[in-house]
Design a protein around this ligand. Structure first.
Ligand code: 5AD
Ligand code: SF4
Ligand code: FES
Length: 352
């Protein structure tokens, strides 16, 4: 690609973002790669848009990692099927429902049910868990369980699931193929379109700093997410896991990730953007920094403590020895420490 495509200055690029222009590589790249000196202007602009469009509230989602069994072999992930070092566990239906009730009693208004791609959880079994949680609480339910067929997504939607998270990880065909031996980029994209059609509140996202990933690729990811109509976008740094084929690779940085969060806030003024656990794992203040550069959601862990250490998608993950009550208090303190407030409702997406 010629450098001319990216010849816009930082200021020109920021102006285009501020004017709400349709995202284009030529202005996304200068923002994603801006210098330390320019960074504060980018972050300031994102923080202002966040305040004006989604306000001070930080919405909490209690994260339940209910099974670390996975039939897939994604190159970056510690839970990949070939990693025999992992002790596998699964919360069956009753235990999953019980954990959701605990989240409710800790004051959460929304839970995320996340797992590897675990075939034990047939469509009907997960539907049963969803129905039971919905019968007993008013919790908003987000699923994060990977690729399934459209009929399965429909069944879960009808059972009461409100939202779905499925990261595209990267829209670069070659990079996607290299990382996902079991998957096909166009099928992942079709899954996301099905979810959209089924009227889930739709979340996606990418990892930052994947081996071979360029700023142009990230810019194209943003453009694709915009076309998709993503309403929640989770981004975190890639962190190399020693028991994977990407062992020893360089990971993403906090700074790269914060720049992406800020650009996302400018491109998606009303979206829900989480300050991700991966950011908190690289830097004790990583999540607070994200909240100050555009993010407005946090996902504290409510997984039963005995299982937490077994859900290590990447090394150095935080909160492994902390119980759900402790994390809840910790998060509240962090939110208040930066002058923000706790969301008081389900925190549904904004649809204008
Ligand atoms: N580093 C950072 N994030 C990872 N994920 C999986 N493996 C890693 C890793 N090594 C992310 C993926 C997945 C989400 C649940 O966790 O983006 O979608
Ligand atoms: Fe399984 Fe998800 Fe990890 Fe891929 S990223 S190996 S699908 S848990
Ligand atoms: Fe778990 Fe801080 S969020 S200890």
């Amino acid at each position: 690609m010629s450098t001319e495509n990216f010849s816009l200055s930082f200021s020109e690029a920021l102006e285009k973002a501020g004017a709400g222009e349709k995202p284009a590589v030529d202005w996304l790249v200068p923002l994603l790669t801006c210098s330390r000196e320019d960074e504060s202007r980018l972050f300031g602009a994102a923080d202002k848009v966040r305040e004006a469009c989604v306000g001070k509230a930080v919405h909490l989602r209690g994260l339940i990692e209910f099974s670390n069994h996975c039939r897939k072999n994604c190159a970056y992930c510690g839970l990949r099927r070939d990693n025999l070092e992992v002790e596998r566990y699964r919360l069956e239906i009753d235990a999953l429902v019980q954990t959701a009730l605990e989240a409710k009693s800790l004051g959460y208004h929304s839970v995320v049910l996340q797992s590897g791609e675990d075939p034990w959880y047939t469509p009907e079994r997960l539907a049963e868990a969803i129905r039971e949680i919905k019968a007993k609480t008013e919790l908003a339910i987000t699923l994060s369980v990977g690729e399934r067929d459209e009929n399965t997504y429909r069944l879960w939607r009808e059972a009461g699931a409100d939202r779905f998270l499925l990261r595209i990880e990267t829209t670069d065909e070659e990079l996607f193929a290299r990382l996902h031996p079991d998957d096909d980029l166009s099928e992942r994209m079709d899954c996301l379109r099905s979810l959209k059609k089924l009227d889930y509140q739709l979340g996606s996202g990418v990892m930052v700093g994947l081996p071979g990933q360029t700023p142009e690729m990230l810019a194209k990811d943003i453009i694709w997410l915009k076309e998709l109509g993503a309403e929640m976008i989770g981004v975190g740094p890639f962190i190399s896991h020693p028991d994977t084929p990407l062992s020893g690779e360089k990971g993403g940085t906090v700074e790269q990730t914060l720049r992406l969060v800020a650009v996302l806030r400018l491109v998606f003024p009303y979206a829900h953007l989480p300050a991700t656990t991966a950011l908190g794992s690289l830097d004790d203040r990583g999540r607070e920094k994200a909240l100050e550069t555009g993010a407005n959601v946090m996902m504290p862990n409510v997984t039963p403590i005995d299982n937490r250490a077994k859900y290590q998608i990447y090394p150095g993950k935080i909160c492994l020895a902390d119980d759900a009550r402790h994390c809840r208090g910790c998060i509240e303190g962090r939110i208040k420490s930066i002058g923000r407030t706790m969301g008081t409702d389900r925190g549904d997406v904004h649809r204008k």
